[in-house]
Design a protein around this ligand. Structure first.
Ligand SMILES: *[C@@H]1O[C@H](CO)[C@@H](O)[C@H](O)[C@H]1NC(C)=O
Ligand SMILES: *[C@@H]1O[C@H](CO)[C@@H](O)[C@H](O)[C@H]1NC(C)=O
Ligand SMILES: *[C@@H]1O[C@H](CO)[C@@H](O)[C@H](O)[C@H]1NC(C)=O
Length: 525
């Protein structure tokens, strides 16, 4: 009976300690489905834990979710990338040279102007009775929103939907040594030769400089929309207590990370996928020889690829029969004629359900992080055709690990596609490595969601300043110990100088005594 009483007491205590419900404001103005997927999953995970979450986003809620309120729907106010990016647009605007200015302005400064919306101003002005315990923002281009933490006098948690962006590492003093950490836009593997390290180090500096240069306008925007008491962009970002990052050492490589950076790679992967439509499910179940799944993500339209590339793809896919091909494509009617008969197209399908299907053989992907992590989670080998952003980097990592074959989007010939399919379908290494990596990726002490919610609650409990690296109080030359090396160099050169002076003085004395001693010896003679 006593034991029973204790158990009751224990259960009551457990519920009380979990009863601490927080009010959390989540601001995710970027209209990119893949980025929002991770933010939405996090907010839903927190809502499930009993916290009340208020979300500002351009993605209207389809079905109500308990404790989850969309307080502002930005859908009509921001341009969408969803199914709205053509191959030519990506080539001319998003490749290496151009991408950082676009991130800092179109997906940065422009999104900060949303704070001018009356419904947004209502939230900002409602400062006195501070309705929130925590602010969660995505750190990418529009980092002005991090300033709301100081404004509401509550901690800020930043979500990073890829490995930490170069300009975000600095604000939490997270080590990003370019000798063995290829930056997100480098397209390099962790093992680099001299020239690759050279390139990685220089482009890292360039990327950081470009971000801060082009996002300078956000300093004014913060003052204009929040008030003169609001911090600068740099101060606002340095105020972030914790980063939840979509990376994992099994994919991104081993590197040092500070306590304020928590890896939650694969957080967006739901435990139970949405079911497939019956006809698709049946078609995949019936594909006894297996099937190939093709998707270039939620942004880029496959139908906008050059006709020459698409015809090469058709020819290569036709040869795969009896293996079937499922292609996710938003506007199949815009494809050139001649789609082979073993291909089924669908505008939207639950990708995770497809990747989990037992008959899947290969995933042909543009290399987006969310989709490729889902494939890794399910142990599916890939053929990557990366185009921009972190896609080259992701596919480079996967090709190095032998779970993917990389193809150049400028060189999509029938011959290259045939070779890629033949390698991934016939060389058992790819499937074996993919299965092994899947286990490694999932084998963790806590799931990504448990880890994320634990640390978010931890930040509210302790205010978040306790996770900050002391390196944040140092300048870059102090962190790199340039002052210490400088002092050592100075001391060493002083010592050498002193030694030279002493030696020359001594030799002068010796010479003098020798000169004097010569005549003396003459005298004695
Ligand atoms: C698609 O992009 C174009 C510019 O590239 C833009 O004018 C248009 O509004 C976008 N469509 C949507 C639905 O956001
Ligand atoms: C945010 O900045 C303010 C003012 O500089 C400071 O008092 C506060 O401790 C900071 N909070 C965190 C979590 O860094
Ligand atoms: C295209 O691919 C073929 C076969 O791999 C290769 O020989 C050729 O050099 C490639 N062309 C370009 C421009 O990369």
């Amino acid at each position: 009976m006593r034991l029973f009483g204790r158990i009751i007491l224990f259960v009551v205590m457990l519920t009380i300690s979990h009863d601490e419900a927080y009010r959390i404001l989540g601001i995710f103005p970027l209209r990119t489905k893949s980025h929002f997927l991770m933010c939405e999953q996090l907010m839903k995970g927190l809502a499930k834990r009993g916290h009340v979450v208020d979300v500002v986003s351009p993605f209207p809620m389809k079905t109500p979710f308990p404790n989850y309120n969309q307080i502002i729907n930005l859908e009509g106010s921001v341009i969408g990338l969803h199914n709205n990016l053509t191959y030519d647009f990506a080539l001319s605007n998003l490749l290496d040279k151009a991408i950082i200015p676009v991130i800092a302005t179109t997906y940065g400064n422009d999104l900060c102007d949303l704070m001018a919306l009356p419904e947004f101003q209502k939230i900002i002005k409602n400062q006195e009775d501070s309705p929130y315990d925590l602010v969660i923002v995505e750190l990418f281009g529009a980092n002005c929103y991090a300033a709301l933490g100081q404004h509401f006098k509550v901690p800020v948690v930043g979500v990073v939907t890829s490995a930490v962006w170069p300009w975000v590492n600095d604000v939490v003093a997270n080590p990003d040594n370019p000798a063995y950490i290829p930056h997100t836009f480098s397209g390099l593997d962790v093992r680099m030769n001299f020239w690759q390290r050279f390139q990685n180090a220089l482009t890292l500096l360039k990327v950081k400089f470009e971000y801060w240069y082009y996002s300078d306008k956000q300093n004014e925007q913060i003052k204009k929309y929040i008030g003169n008491h609001a911090p600068s962009l740099d101060e606002a970002m340095r105020n972030v207590s914790l980063l939840l990052v979509n990376s994992h050492y099994s994919l991104n490589g081993v590197r040092p990370i500070t306590m304020a950076v928590v890896e939650v790679g694969g957080l967006h992967i739901a435990d139970t996928p949405d079911p497939l439509p019956n006809d698709v499910q049946q078609w995949l179940d019936d594909s006894k020889d297996g099937f190939v799944y093709i998707s270039f993500g939620s942004m880029v339209k496959i139908e906008s690829y050059p006709t020459k590339s698409l015809n090469a793809l058709y020819a290569s896919l036709a040869k795969l029969a009896p293996v079937r091909v499922l292609m996710r494509i938003s506007k199949p009617n815009e494809l050139p004629p001649g789609l082979p008969s073993n291909v089924m197209t669908r505008p939207w399908i639950s990708q995770f359900a497809v990747l989990r299907h037992k008959n899947i053989k290969v995933f042909v992907t543009h290399g987006g992080l969310m989709g490729t992590q889902e494939a890794i989670y399910c142990g599916v080998p890939m053929i990557g055709v990366p185009l921009f952003g972190d896609q080259m980097q992701n596919i480079e990592f996967y090709a190095e690990k032998k779970i993917a074959v990389s193809l150049d989007h400028k060189n999509l010939t029938e011959e290259n596609l045939d070779a890629a399919f033949s390698t991934v379908l016939n060389d058992p290494t790819y499937l074996k490595t993919a299965k092994r990596l899947s286990e490694e990726f999932r084998d963790r002490p806590m799931t990504a969601m448990e880890t994320a919610t634990f640390w978010v609650e931890y930040v509210v409990r302790y205010g978040g300043t306790n996770l900050k690296s002391p390196a944040m109080e140092l300048t870059w030359w102090q962190t790199e110990l340039f002052d210490v090396y400088g002092a050592l160099l100075l001391a060493a050169s002083l010592a050498v100088h002193l030694l030279i002076v002493v030696i020359s003085k001594l030799s002068a004395i010796v010479l003098r005594t020798e000169k004097r001693s010569v005549p003396r010896s003459k005298k004695t003679k």
